[in-house]
Design a protein around this ligand. Structure first.
Ligand SMILES: CC(C)(COP(=O)(O)OP(=O)(O)OC[C@H]1O[C@@H](n2cnc3c(N)ncnc32)[C@H](O)[C@@H]1OP(=O)(O)O)[C@@H](O)C(=O)NCCC(=O)NCCS
Length: 160
């Protein structure tokens, strides 16, 4: 069974380990954080993460962040991270996490949910599409990863 809940400080180690195991050049243009880097921090409070449990074990997370800190952007929330334990992928956990993030963003009064995904991250792009996100822009060749120019794809979903 898959359940989704708000993260708690005690999830730190499990989520850091999922990040460590899923962090590749398909997922992020940035290098992985050095070992020992705290998972939660000032810009990453537990209350802004949703955690999926599968059979009672922490299996993945989605991170909801604010947009720019100006009044003109208060109606927008951002999916700033999504990852599922490689041993528990293709069970629908990622899709349930994104669907839950959509519901929470709406509950918080957001009217739009946005995200950025690398052009070659087919798995994540499929999930976002299945959850109603559309491509609103493409920064062509924005990143040079492993010797290849990779697009940065901007996706969004209206919550109105
Ligand atoms: C992307 C990710 C979160 C998907 O999690 P998941 O729990 O395996 O996804 P789901 O089981 O909910 O899959 C939903 C759909 O996405 C698509 N999908 C998922 N993984 C896929 C893959 N490896 N290849 C192609 N399509 C895939 C499929 O359409 C799938 O539906 P289906 O299984 O009915 O065919 C997971 O692969 C992951 O953690 N990747 C590394 C981190 C990452 O890329 N994060 C996104 C950053 S923007």
């Amino acid at each position: 069974m898959i359940t989704i809940r708000t993260a708690r400080a005690a999830d730190e180690a499990a989520l850091a380990e999922i990040d460590r195991r899923t962090w590749t050049s398909t997922v992020s243009p940035a290098p992985p954080p050095p070992p020992g880097t705290p998972f939660f921090g000032d810009g990453a409070r537990p209350g802004n993460f949703l955690v999926a449990e599968h059979e009672g074990v922490v299996a993945g997370y989605v991170h909801l962040t604010a947009g720019f800190d100006i009044d003109a952007h208060r109606h927008v929330l951002v999916i700033g991270g999504l990852a599922v334990d490689p041993d528990r992928q293709r069970l629908g956990i990622g899709r349930q996490l994104v669907a839950a993030a959509v519901a929470v963003a709406r509950k918080r009064g957001a009217r739009k949910l946005t995200l950025r995904v690398l052009g070659h991250n087919t798995a994540a792009r499929r999930i976002y599409e299945q959850c109603g996100f559309v491509v609103e822009g493409v920064l062509r060749g924005e990143f040079r990863i492993d010797g290849v120019d990779v697009d940065d794809v901007l996706m969004a979903r209206s919550l109105a």
